[in-house]
Design a protein around this ligand. Structure first.
Ligand code: F6P
Length: 466
Protein backbone atom coordinates (compact mmCIF):
# COMPACT_ATOMS: atom_id res chain seq x y z
CA UNK A 1 0.00 0.00 0.00
CA UNK A 2 1.22 3.49 -0.90
CA UNK A 3 1.83 5.61 2.20
CA UNK A 4 2.06 9.38 2.28
CA UNK A 5 5.00 10.97 4.08
CA UNK A 6 4.52 14.67 4.79
CA UNK A 7 7.61 16.67 5.71
CA UNK A 8 7.53 20.25 6.93
CA UNK A 9 9.65 22.38 9.21
CA UNK A 10 6.92 22.48 11.84
CA UNK A 11 4.75 19.49 12.57
CA UNK A 12 1.24 20.34 13.76
CA UNK A 13 -0.94 17.25 13.92
CA UNK A 14 -4.20 17.44 15.86
CA UNK A 15 -3.43 17.54 19.55
CA UNK A 16 -6.42 15.54 20.66
CA UNK A 17 -7.26 18.49 22.90
CA UNK A 18 -9.82 20.13 20.62
CA UNK A 19 -9.03 20.57 16.96
CA UNK A 20 -10.18 24.17 16.82
CA UNK A 21 -6.77 25.20 18.05
CA UNK A 22 -5.05 23.57 15.05
CA UNK A 23 -4.65 25.33 11.70
CA UNK A 24 -6.80 24.39 8.73
CA UNK A 25 -3.84 23.22 6.67
CA UNK A 26 -2.70 20.94 9.47
CA UNK A 27 -6.19 19.45 9.69
CA UNK A 28 -6.29 18.76 5.96
CA UNK A 29 -2.86 17.16 5.93
CA UNK A 30 -3.77 15.10 8.98
CA UNK A 31 -6.88 13.84 7.14
CA UNK A 32 -4.71 12.83 4.16
CA UNK A 33 -2.28 11.09 6.48
CA UNK A 34 -5.08 9.07 8.04
CA UNK A 35 -6.32 8.08 4.60
CA UNK A 36 -2.89 6.97 3.44
CA UNK A 37 -1.74 5.79 6.86
CA UNK A 38 1.47 7.75 6.56
CA UNK A 39 3.50 9.92 8.85
CA UNK A 40 4.38 13.55 9.39
CA UNK A 41 8.03 14.37 9.89
CA UNK A 42 9.75 17.59 10.93
CA UNK A 43 11.30 19.71 13.65
CA UNK A 44 10.00 19.44 17.21
CA UNK A 45 10.54 23.18 17.81
CA UNK A 46 13.12 22.26 20.49
CA UNK A 47 16.91 22.58 20.37
CA UNK A 48 19.86 20.79 21.96
CA UNK A 49 23.51 21.92 22.27
CA UNK A 50 24.59 19.16 19.85
CA UNK A 51 22.57 17.23 17.31
CA UNK A 52 21.44 13.80 18.56
CA UNK A 53 19.27 12.68 15.63
CA UNK A 54 16.95 11.08 18.14
CA UNK A 55 13.45 10.58 16.79
CA UNK A 56 10.38 11.14 18.87
CA UNK A 57 7.30 9.28 17.57
CA UNK A 58 3.76 10.02 18.66
CA UNK A 59 0.46 8.73 17.35
CA UNK A 60 -2.44 11.08 17.93
CA UNK A 61 -5.86 10.53 16.44
CA UNK A 62 -4.57 8.21 13.74
CA UNK A 63 -1.68 10.45 12.66
CA UNK A 64 1.91 9.49 13.39
CA UNK A 65 4.15 12.47 14.04
CA UNK A 66 7.92 11.91 13.93
CA UNK A 67 10.00 14.84 15.14
CA UNK A 68 13.61 15.64 15.87
CA UNK A 69 15.24 18.36 17.92
CA UNK A 70 17.67 20.61 16.08
CA UNK A 71 21.07 21.71 17.25
CA UNK A 72 21.16 25.28 18.58
CA UNK A 73 23.41 26.36 15.72
CA UNK A 74 20.90 24.87 13.23
CA UNK A 75 18.11 26.92 14.73
CA UNK A 76 20.28 30.01 14.40
CA UNK A 77 21.68 29.40 10.92
CA UNK A 78 18.98 27.31 9.25
CA UNK A 79 15.69 28.54 10.77
CA UNK A 80 16.41 32.10 11.96
CA UNK A 81 19.20 32.50 9.41
CA UNK A 82 18.77 31.16 5.88
CA UNK A 83 15.02 30.44 6.10
CA UNK A 84 13.89 33.60 7.86
CA UNK A 85 16.63 36.19 7.23
CA UNK A 86 17.50 35.20 3.66
CA UNK A 87 14.74 33.33 1.80
CA UNK A 88 11.68 34.76 3.55
CA UNK A 89 12.52 38.43 2.86
CA UNK A 90 13.79 37.64 -0.64
CA UNK A 91 10.68 35.65 -1.61
CA UNK A 92 8.58 38.55 -0.29
CA UNK A 93 10.53 41.12 -2.37
CA UNK A 94 12.41 42.60 0.59
CA UNK A 95 15.86 42.43 -0.98
CA UNK A 96 16.76 45.45 1.19
CA UNK A 97 16.68 43.34 4.36
CA UNK A 98 17.64 39.91 2.99
CA UNK A 99 20.86 38.82 4.72
CA UNK A 100 23.45 36.93 2.71
CA UNK A 101 25.77 35.06 5.00
CA UNK A 102 27.63 31.94 3.93
CA UNK A 103 27.19 30.45 7.42
CA UNK A 104 23.39 30.64 6.99
CA UNK A 105 23.55 28.70 3.73
CA UNK A 106 25.85 26.11 5.29
CA UNK A 107 23.47 25.73 8.23
CA UNK A 108 20.54 25.36 5.81
CA UNK A 109 22.28 22.60 3.85
CA UNK A 110 23.39 20.91 7.10
CA UNK A 111 19.93 20.94 8.66
CA UNK A 112 18.41 19.56 5.43
CA UNK A 113 21.05 16.80 5.45
CA UNK A 114 20.18 15.99 9.05
CA UNK A 115 16.47 15.87 8.28
CA UNK A 116 17.23 13.50 5.39
CA UNK A 117 19.48 11.20 7.41
CA UNK A 118 16.92 10.88 10.20
CA UNK A 119 13.99 10.42 7.83
CA UNK A 120 15.72 7.88 5.55
CA UNK A 121 15.22 4.77 7.76
CA UNK A 122 11.48 5.49 8.06
CA UNK A 123 10.86 5.37 4.30
CA UNK A 124 9.52 2.34 2.44
CA UNK A 125 10.02 1.88 -1.32
CA UNK A 126 6.45 2.70 -2.35
CA UNK A 127 6.00 5.80 -0.16
CA UNK A 128 4.99 9.13 -1.69
CA UNK A 129 7.03 11.92 -0.11
CA UNK A 130 5.49 15.38 0.04
CA UNK A 131 7.84 18.13 1.26
CA UNK A 132 6.58 21.58 2.24
CA UNK A 133 7.93 25.09 2.02
CA UNK A 134 11.08 27.15 1.70
CA UNK A 135 12.82 25.66 4.73
CA UNK A 136 13.26 22.34 2.97
CA UNK A 137 13.95 23.05 -0.70
CA UNK A 138 17.13 20.88 -0.86
CA UNK A 139 15.64 17.95 1.04
CA UNK A 140 14.94 15.81 -2.06
CA UNK A 141 18.55 16.21 -3.16
CA UNK A 142 19.74 14.96 0.24
CA UNK A 143 17.30 12.04 0.17
CA UNK A 144 18.40 11.10 -3.37
CA UNK A 145 22.01 11.14 -2.19
CA UNK A 146 21.00 8.54 0.35
CA UNK A 147 19.68 6.38 -2.47
CA UNK A 148 15.92 7.05 -2.31
CA UNK A 149 14.08 6.57 -5.61
CA UNK A 150 10.59 7.35 -4.29
CA UNK A 151 8.26 9.83 -5.91
CA UNK A 152 8.90 13.17 -4.23
CA UNK A 153 6.86 16.34 -4.49
CA UNK A 154 7.54 19.83 -3.18
CA UNK A 155 4.98 22.54 -2.50
CA UNK A 156 6.00 26.14 -1.89
CA UNK A 157 3.55 27.95 0.38
CA UNK A 158 5.10 31.39 -0.13
CA UNK A 159 5.54 33.42 -3.36
CA UNK A 160 8.17 32.52 -5.92
CA UNK A 161 9.69 35.89 -6.84
CA UNK A 162 10.16 37.44 -10.26
CA UNK A 163 13.31 36.45 -12.11
CA UNK A 164 15.16 39.76 -11.51
CA UNK A 165 14.47 39.53 -7.78
CA UNK A 166 15.38 35.87 -7.45
CA UNK A 167 18.80 36.24 -9.10
CA UNK A 168 19.86 38.63 -6.31
CA UNK A 169 20.27 35.49 -4.15
CA UNK A 170 23.87 34.30 -4.07
CA UNK A 171 23.77 30.60 -4.96
CA UNK A 172 20.39 30.88 -6.70
CA UNK A 173 21.46 28.29 -9.28
CA UNK A 174 22.33 25.70 -6.65
CA UNK A 175 18.93 26.17 -5.02
CA UNK A 176 17.01 25.72 -8.27
CA UNK A 177 19.19 22.79 -9.30
CA UNK A 178 18.14 21.03 -6.09
CA UNK A 179 14.49 21.47 -7.13
CA UNK A 180 15.17 19.20 -10.09
CA UNK A 181 15.54 16.29 -7.66
CA UNK A 182 11.77 16.39 -7.15
CA UNK A 183 9.31 14.74 -9.50
CA UNK A 184 6.74 17.47 -8.97
CA UNK A 185 7.05 21.08 -7.82
CA UNK A 186 3.89 23.01 -6.96
CA UNK A 187 3.36 26.75 -6.58
CA UNK A 188 0.37 28.63 -5.22
CA UNK A 189 -0.42 30.56 -8.41
CA UNK A 190 0.19 30.64 -12.13
CA UNK A 191 2.26 33.85 -11.68
CA UNK A 192 4.75 32.09 -9.42
CA UNK A 193 4.88 29.11 -11.76
CA UNK A 194 5.61 31.43 -14.67
CA UNK A 195 8.35 33.23 -12.73
CA UNK A 196 9.97 29.86 -12.06
CA UNK A 197 9.64 28.95 -15.73
CA UNK A 198 11.32 32.20 -16.74
CA UNK A 199 14.25 31.41 -14.47
CA UNK A 200 14.62 27.87 -15.79
CA UNK A 201 14.49 28.95 -19.43
CA UNK A 202 16.57 32.14 -19.24
CA UNK A 203 19.05 31.48 -16.47
CA UNK A 204 19.41 27.72 -16.11
CA UNK A 205 19.48 27.00 -19.86
CA UNK A 206 16.56 24.63 -19.41
CA UNK A 207 13.76 23.73 -21.81
CA UNK A 208 10.06 23.02 -21.64
CA UNK A 209 9.38 19.56 -23.01
CA UNK A 210 5.66 19.28 -22.36
CA UNK A 211 2.87 21.38 -20.92
CA UNK A 212 4.31 21.16 -17.46
CA UNK A 213 7.58 19.26 -17.81
CA UNK A 214 10.91 21.06 -17.64
CA UNK A 215 14.39 19.78 -18.34
CA UNK A 216 17.53 21.34 -16.86
CA UNK A 217 20.67 20.20 -15.05
CA UNK A 218 20.33 16.85 -16.84
CA UNK A 219 17.06 16.07 -15.07
CA UNK A 220 13.38 16.83 -15.46
CA UNK A 221 10.63 18.02 -13.14
CA UNK A 222 6.93 18.52 -13.52
CA UNK A 223 5.75 21.98 -12.40
CA UNK A 224 2.25 23.22 -11.68
CA UNK A 225 0.07 25.76 -9.89
CA UNK A 226 -2.00 24.30 -7.03
CA UNK A 227 -3.83 27.11 -5.19
CA UNK A 228 -4.40 26.14 -1.59
CA UNK A 229 -7.77 26.68 0.09
CA UNK A 230 -9.45 26.30 3.45
CA UNK A 231 -11.27 23.26 4.76
CA UNK A 232 -14.68 24.55 3.63
CA UNK A 233 -16.97 21.86 5.16
CA UNK A 234 -15.09 22.05 8.43
CA UNK A 235 -15.34 25.83 8.45
CA UNK A 236 -19.09 25.63 7.80
CA UNK A 237 -19.31 23.48 10.94
CA UNK A 238 -16.99 25.76 12.89
CA UNK A 239 -19.03 28.95 12.41
CA UNK A 240 -22.01 27.20 14.01
CA UNK A 241 -20.16 26.17 17.18
CA UNK A 242 -21.09 27.74 20.51
CA UNK A 243 -17.71 29.35 20.87
CA UNK A 244 -17.95 30.99 17.42
CA UNK A 245 -21.48 32.22 18.15
CA UNK A 246 -20.46 33.59 21.54
CA UNK A 247 -17.57 35.48 20.00
CA UNK A 248 -19.77 36.87 17.23
CA UNK A 249 -22.32 38.04 19.80
CA UNK A 250 -19.59 39.58 21.92
CA UNK A 251 -18.13 41.51 19.00
CA UNK A 252 -21.58 42.59 17.84
CA UNK A 253 -22.35 43.81 21.35
CA UNK A 254 -19.21 45.89 21.59
CA UNK A 255 -19.75 47.50 18.20
CA UNK A 256 -23.39 48.59 18.58
CA UNK A 257 -23.98 51.50 16.18
CA UNK A 258 -20.53 50.92 14.75
CA UNK A 259 -19.06 48.87 11.93
CA UNK A 260 -16.28 46.44 12.74
CA UNK A 261 -13.24 46.42 10.46
CA UNK A 262 -11.01 43.44 11.10
CA UNK A 263 -7.50 42.26 10.21
CA UNK A 264 -5.83 39.04 11.38
CA UNK A 265 -2.18 38.39 10.52
CA UNK A 266 0.97 36.93 11.95
CA UNK A 267 3.05 39.94 13.02
CA UNK A 268 5.28 40.03 9.95
CA UNK A 269 6.67 42.88 7.84
CA UNK A 270 5.30 41.19 4.70
CA UNK A 271 1.71 41.68 5.88
CA UNK A 272 1.55 45.40 5.08
CA UNK A 273 0.42 46.31 8.60
CA UNK A 274 2.09 49.72 8.71
CA UNK A 275 0.45 50.75 5.45
CA UNK A 276 -2.87 49.31 6.66
CA UNK A 277 -2.74 51.20 9.97
CA UNK A 278 -1.83 54.38 8.11
CA UNK A 279 -4.67 53.77 5.66
CA UNK A 280 -7.11 53.56 8.56
CA UNK A 281 -5.58 56.68 10.09
CA UNK A 282 -6.07 58.58 6.83
CA UNK A 283 -9.65 57.37 6.62
CA UNK A 284 -10.30 58.78 10.11
CA UNK A 285 -8.52 62.02 9.29
CA UNK A 286 -10.51 62.59 6.10
CA UNK A 287 -13.95 61.60 7.43
CA UNK A 288 -14.68 63.23 10.80
CA UNK A 289 -18.32 62.12 10.51
CA UNK A 290 -17.29 58.50 10.27
CA UNK A 291 -14.99 58.51 13.29
CA UNK A 292 -17.63 57.28 15.71
CA UNK A 293 -19.05 54.86 13.18
CA UNK A 294 -16.20 52.37 13.06
CA UNK A 295 -13.95 50.18 15.17
CA UNK A 296 -10.86 48.66 13.69
CA UNK A 297 -9.59 45.47 15.31
CA UNK A 298 -6.18 44.16 14.32
CA UNK A 299 -5.15 40.79 15.70
CA UNK A 300 -1.41 40.19 15.16
CA UNK A 301 0.20 37.40 17.21
CA UNK A 302 3.94 37.90 17.48
CA UNK A 303 6.20 35.68 15.43
CA UNK A 304 9.92 34.91 14.84
CA UNK A 305 10.87 37.21 17.68
CA UNK A 306 14.57 36.42 17.60
CA UNK A 307 14.85 38.00 14.15
CA UNK A 308 15.62 41.72 14.34
CA UNK A 309 13.34 42.77 11.47
CA UNK A 310 10.41 41.36 13.47
CA UNK A 311 11.37 43.28 16.61
CA UNK A 312 11.59 46.45 14.52
CA UNK A 313 8.23 46.09 12.82
CA UNK A 314 6.64 45.33 16.18
CA UNK A 315 8.01 48.55 17.66
CA UNK A 316 6.80 50.57 14.67
CA UNK A 317 3.30 49.08 14.87
CA UNK A 318 3.13 49.80 18.61
CA UNK A 319 3.95 53.42 17.80
CA UNK A 320 1.42 53.85 14.98
CA UNK A 321 -1.42 52.18 16.86
CA UNK A 322 -0.70 54.36 19.89
CA UNK A 323 -0.62 57.45 17.70
CA UNK A 324 -4.00 56.66 16.12
CA UNK A 325 -5.76 56.23 19.44
CA UNK A 326 -3.87 59.21 20.92
CA UNK A 327 -5.18 61.39 18.13
CA UNK A 328 -8.73 60.11 17.67
CA UNK A 329 -9.90 58.37 20.86
CA UNK A 330 -12.27 60.00 23.29
CA UNK A 331 -12.93 59.39 26.98
CA UNK A 332 -15.73 56.97 26.16
CA UNK A 333 -14.49 55.49 22.91
CA UNK A 334 -11.42 54.40 20.91
CA UNK A 335 -11.26 53.73 17.16
CA UNK A 336 -8.54 51.09 17.17
CA UNK A 337 -7.87 47.84 19.02
CA UNK A 338 -4.52 46.23 18.44
CA UNK A 339 -4.06 42.79 19.99
CA UNK A 340 -0.93 40.61 19.90
CA UNK A 341 -2.69 37.48 21.18
CA UNK A 342 -3.39 34.23 19.34
CA UNK A 343 -7.02 33.10 18.96
CA UNK A 344 -8.56 29.74 18.17
CA UNK A 345 -10.06 29.21 14.71
CA UNK A 346 -13.63 29.03 16.04
CA UNK A 347 -13.18 32.34 17.88
CA UNK A 348 -11.73 33.96 14.78
CA UNK A 349 -14.67 32.66 12.75
CA UNK A 350 -16.98 34.45 15.20
CA UNK A 351 -14.99 37.69 14.93
CA UNK A 352 -15.00 37.58 11.11
CA UNK A 353 -18.73 36.91 11.16
CA UNK A 354 -19.35 40.15 13.10
CA UNK A 355 -17.22 42.31 10.79
CA UNK A 356 -18.45 44.58 8.06
CA UNK A 357 -15.01 44.76 6.47
CA UNK A 358 -12.14 42.28 6.32
CA UNK A 359 -8.80 43.95 5.65
CA UNK A 360 -6.30 41.57 4.09
CA UNK A 361 -3.56 43.74 2.65
CA UNK A 362 -0.18 41.96 2.64
CA UNK A 363 2.57 43.54 0.56
CA UNK A 364 3.28 40.01 -0.71
CA UNK A 365 1.70 36.73 0.29
CA UNK A 366 1.85 33.21 -1.15
CA UNK A 367 -1.93 32.77 -0.87
CA UNK A 368 -3.51 34.13 2.36
CA UNK A 369 -6.14 31.94 3.94
CA UNK A 370 -7.52 34.68 6.21
CA UNK A 371 -9.19 36.15 3.11
CA UNK A 372 -10.93 32.82 2.49
CA UNK A 373 -11.86 32.24 6.12
CA UNK A 374 -13.35 35.76 6.29
CA UNK A 375 -15.58 34.99 3.32
CA UNK A 376 -16.58 31.58 4.72
CA UNK A 377 -17.67 33.22 8.00
CA UNK A 378 -20.11 35.73 6.54
CA UNK A 379 -23.87 35.76 6.92
CA UNK A 380 -25.18 35.14 3.35
CA UNK A 381 -28.06 37.57 3.90
CA UNK A 382 -25.91 40.47 5.07
CA UNK A 383 -22.28 39.72 4.21
CA UNK A 384 -19.27 41.89 4.90
CA UNK A 385 -16.84 43.23 2.31
CA UNK A 386 -13.39 41.81 1.68
CA UNK A 387 -10.62 44.32 0.94
CA UNK A 388 -7.77 42.32 -0.54
CA UNK A 389 -4.23 43.07 -1.65
CA UNK A 390 -3.62 42.51 -5.32
CA UNK A 391 -0.26 41.01 -4.27
CA UNK A 392 -1.75 38.15 -2.24
CA UNK A 393 -1.91 34.89 -4.18
CA UNK A 394 -5.62 34.78 -3.23
CA UNK A 395 -6.32 37.81 -5.45
CA UNK A 396 -6.02 35.50 -8.49
CA UNK A 397 -9.15 33.61 -7.44
CA UNK A 398 -10.93 36.35 -5.47
CA UNK A 399 -11.53 39.02 -8.08
CA UNK A 400 -14.87 40.09 -6.58
CA UNK A 401 -13.11 41.48 -3.50
CA UNK A 402 -12.18 45.16 -3.45
CA UNK A 403 -8.65 44.77 -4.74
CA UNK A 404 -6.12 47.36 -3.56
CA UNK A 405 -2.47 48.21 -3.89
CA UNK A 406 -1.33 47.51 -0.31
CA UNK A 407 1.58 49.96 -0.61
CA UNK A 408 -0.88 52.84 -0.79
CA UNK A 409 -2.55 53.93 2.47
CA UNK A 410 -4.74 56.22 0.36
CA UNK A 411 -6.10 53.32 -1.67
CA UNK A 412 -6.76 51.43 1.54
CA UNK A 413 -8.61 54.44 3.00
CA UNK A 414 -10.69 54.77 -0.21
CA UNK A 415 -11.53 51.05 -0.14
CA UNK A 416 -12.68 51.29 3.51
CA UNK A 417 -14.95 54.19 2.54
CA UNK A 418 -16.30 52.28 -0.44
CA UNK A 419 -16.80 49.10 1.56
CA UNK A 420 -18.77 50.91 4.26
CA UNK A 421 -20.97 52.59 1.67
CA UNK A 422 -21.60 49.45 -0.38
CA UNK A 423 -25.29 48.53 -0.58
CA UNK A 424 -26.55 45.11 0.38
CA UNK A 425 -27.32 43.79 -3.15
CA UNK A 426 -23.75 44.54 -4.25
CA UNK A 427 -22.29 42.98 -1.08
CA UNK A 428 -24.38 39.85 -1.64
CA UNK A 429 -23.44 39.63 -5.32
CA UNK A 430 -19.71 39.93 -4.61
CA UNK A 431 -19.79 37.64 -1.61
CA UNK A 432 -21.72 34.86 -3.44
CA UNK A 433 -19.07 34.69 -6.16
CA UNK A 434 -16.27 34.67 -3.58
CA UNK A 435 -17.97 32.05 -1.44
CA UNK A 436 -18.55 29.83 -4.44
CA UNK A 437 -14.81 29.86 -5.16
CA UNK A 438 -13.83 29.30 -1.53
CA UNK A 439 -16.03 26.22 -1.42
CA UNK A 440 -14.97 24.79 -4.76
CA UNK A 441 -11.23 25.33 -4.54
CA UNK A 442 -10.82 24.18 -0.99
CA UNK A 443 -7.99 22.43 0.80
CA UNK A 444 -9.21 18.94 -0.10
CA UNK A 445 -9.28 19.85 -3.79
CA UNK A 446 -5.74 21.26 -3.42
CA UNK A 447 -4.41 18.22 -1.61
CA UNK A 448 -6.06 15.72 -3.98
CA UNK A 449 -4.81 17.60 -7.05
CA UNK A 450 -1.25 17.57 -5.71
CA UNK A 451 -1.24 13.98 -4.47
CA UNK A 452 -2.90 12.70 -7.68
CA UNK A 453 -0.34 14.57 -9.78
CA UNK A 454 2.46 13.08 -7.71
CA UNK A 455 0.99 9.59 -7.98
CA UNK A 456 0.74 10.08 -11.75
CA UNK A 457 4.41 10.92 -12.15
CA UNK A 458 5.70 7.42 -12.76
CA UNK A 459 3.15 6.53 -15.39
CA UNK A 460 3.90 9.83 -17.06
CA UNK A 461 7.60 9.18 -17.13
CA UNK A 462 6.97 5.73 -18.60
CA UNK A 463 4.66 7.23 -21.21
CA UNK A 464 7.27 9.83 -22.20
CA UNK A 465 9.99 7.24 -22.47
CA UNK A 466 7.99 4.90 -24.74
O1 F6P B 1 3.36 30.12 5.49
C1 F6P B 1 4.68 30.27 5.71
C2 F6P B 1 5.16 29.78 7.07
O2 F6P B 1 6.53 29.94 7.16
C3 F6P B 1 4.84 28.33 7.35
O3 F6P B 1 5.75 27.44 6.77
C4 F6P B 1 4.92 28.37 8.86
O4 F6P B 1 4.37 27.27 9.49
C5 F6P B 1 4.21 29.68 9.18
O5 F6P B 1 4.57 30.53 8.12
C6 F6P B 1 4.58 30.24 10.56
O6 F6P B 1 5.93 30.58 10.63
P1 F6P B 1 6.95 29.94 11.67
O7 F6P B 1 6.87 28.44 11.49
O8 F6P B 1 8.28 30.49 11.29
O9 F6P B 1 6.49 30.34 13.01
Amino acid sequence: MTRLIVVSNRVNPPTGAGEESVGGLAMALAAALREYSGLWFGWSGQSTPTFTGQLSMQKIEGVTAATIDLEESDVEEYYNGYANKTLWPLFHYRTDIAAYDRAFNEGYQRANRRFAETLRPLIEPDDLIWIHDYHLIPLARELRRLGLKNRMGFFLHVPWPAYQVFVTLPGHRQLVESMFDYDLVGFQTEDYRQAFEEYVLSEAGGEKVGDDLFKAFGRSVRVGAFPIGIDAPDFARLIKTNRARRMRDLMTACTVFRHLIVGVDRLDYSKGLEERFTGFERFLAADPDMRREVLMLQIAPVSRESVEAYQEIRARLDAISGRINGEYADVDWAPFRYVNKNYRRDELAGIYGAARIGLVTPLRDGMNLVAKEFVASQNPEDPGVLILSRFAGAARQMKEALLVNPNSPDEIADAIRRGLAMDKPERIRRWSALFDNVQREDVTAWRDAFVDALKGVEERRTALAS
